[in-house]
Design a protein around this ligand. Structure first.
Ligand code: C5P
Length: 400
């Protein structure tokens, strides 16, 4: 995918993450992409027009830019002069203005006037991102076709932790490249992604679970959506936030996960990233199991759960064209993954080493080996959202 000869209109709004726009401009310029920057009043509290100008090698438009001095064509032309409009960072304020159709400064006026595709990279405090107003604004924007990248989860400048951090510049760059390349290569495709653990009840208050965080599966759902796919994310109980722009089906047990996957068919793509419990309690008690006076523990008879991946991969005419499974192993990774691919009738297996020494399970990074019919690709250790981005791009190639 080439950026060369393309032009991006980059709107930089207020927020501590505005400094990352500088690195984004550098990456875009390195790829041969022209960048025209618009800096809002808030944005100018964090980065200077001079920095943006030096890196973009282009005049920077600020709120000082007076629409009254311009002919009406001035800002209309500016809004259409680029191949893509990118808002990074996108504050809660600009998202609200976009959703409401306000045009009270240059940035919001351009966003209302443009006829080009728009990508937003939100960045804000975790509570602002989670607020019902922001949720509703995002839903409105996405329903209108605005593309979204991020936000990430992590420690924030305000000493809180959660979703709201601006995506890293290389991730925003990948989303820009994908959009410029035509670039919702998975538009019209439906992807089912499973994520997180399952909880298998012992009684109404106890359950069997595992340590899956849902980070990798959620990142894959977001990355597929960023490439234009309609995504149904079937998620077990997790604390990671719902990715923007995907339909989330929340389930607890493996049986519910299978039912939700079946209900979501037909699909073109299925990625089974969930850590499904292999067994459930054969007959879970509908009352809390009491301790016996002699302290003897209850005997829990276990029964196997359905294998969701294998079931959907054997769904005959309903089988998604590309079925991707995961293999988390602590030893003989490659052999087990190859065997799993054949046994479960998956097209690809994403294999990773979850030996505690790797720090992968529950961590922010992943080092995967992609097992296909052609062989095994060893990928470098990457952030989980970069793994997701690459995997989504690899999936898009199948449908090119
Ligand atoms: O056999 P194993 O659990 O290692 O297989 C892992 C792969 O199979 C993952 O893609 C996981 O999501 C999927 N799986 C499933 N249903 C199960 C068990 C695993 O879909 N009951």
């Amino acid at each position: 995918m080439s950026l060369a000869g393309k032009r991006v209109l980059l709107i930089v709004t207020g927020g501590i993450a505005a400094f990352k726009a500088l690195e984004l401009i550098r990456l875009l310029r390195k790829g041969g992409c022209g960048v025209t920057c618009v800096l809002t009043k808030g944005g100018a509290q964090f980065v200077t027009p001079l920095s943006l100008q030096a890196l973009s090698e282009h005049h920077v438009y600020t709120d000082l830019f007076s629409l009254t001095d311009e002919s009406e064509m001035g800002h209309i032309q500016l809004s259409r002069s680029a191949d893509l409009v990118v808002v990074a960072p996108a504050s809660a304020d600009i998202l609200a203005k976009m959703a409401a159709g306000l045009a009270d400064d240059l940035a919001s006026t351009l966003l209302l006037a443009t006829d080009k595709a728009v990508l937003v990279a939100p960045a804000m405090n975790v509570r602002m991102w989670g607020h019902a107003a922001t949720r509703a604004n995002m839903a409105t924007l996405q329903a209108r076709g605005v593309a979204v990248v991020g936000p990430d989860e992590g420690a924030m400048a305000c000493n809180e932790f959660g979703a709201g951090r601006l995506s890293e510049p290389p991730v925003i760059l990948a989303a820009i490249e994908a959009m410029l390349a035509g670039a919702r290569p998975l538009a019209g495709k439906h992807a089912i992604v499973t994520s997180g653990p399952t909880h298998e009840p012992i009684d109404p208050v106890r359950y069997i679970a595992n340590r899956s965080s849902g980070r990798q599966g959620h990142a894959i759902a977001a990355a597929l959506a960023a490439l234009g796919a309609r995504v149904t994310l079937v998620s077990g109980p997790v604390t990671v936030p719902d990715p923007a722009g995907v339909t989330v089906r929340r389930i607890e047990t493996a049986a519910e996960m299978l039912a939700a996957c079946r209900a979501a068919l037909p699909a073109d793509i299925a990625v089974f990233a969930a850590a499904v419990a292999d067994w459930r309690v054969a007959s879970a008690s509908d009352q809390k199991i009491k301790k016996t006076p002699d302290g003897a523990p209850p005997a829990l008879a276990l029964t196997p759960n359905p294998d969701i991946l294998a079931t959907i991969a054997a769904a005959g005419a309903d089988r998604p064209r590309l079925v991707v499974g995961f293999a988390a192993e602590t030893h003989d990774l490659r052999a087990h993954a190859q065997d799993k691919r054949r046994r479960k009738n998956a097209d690809w297996i994403v294999a990773n080493d979850v030996n505690p020494s790797t720090g992968i399970m529950g961590g922010a990074e992943n080092e995967i080996h992609l097992v296909t019919a052609e062989g095994i690709e060893d990928w470098p250790r990457l952030a989980k959202d970069e793994v997701a981005g690459r995997l989504a791009a690899r999936i898009a190639k199948v449908f090119a």
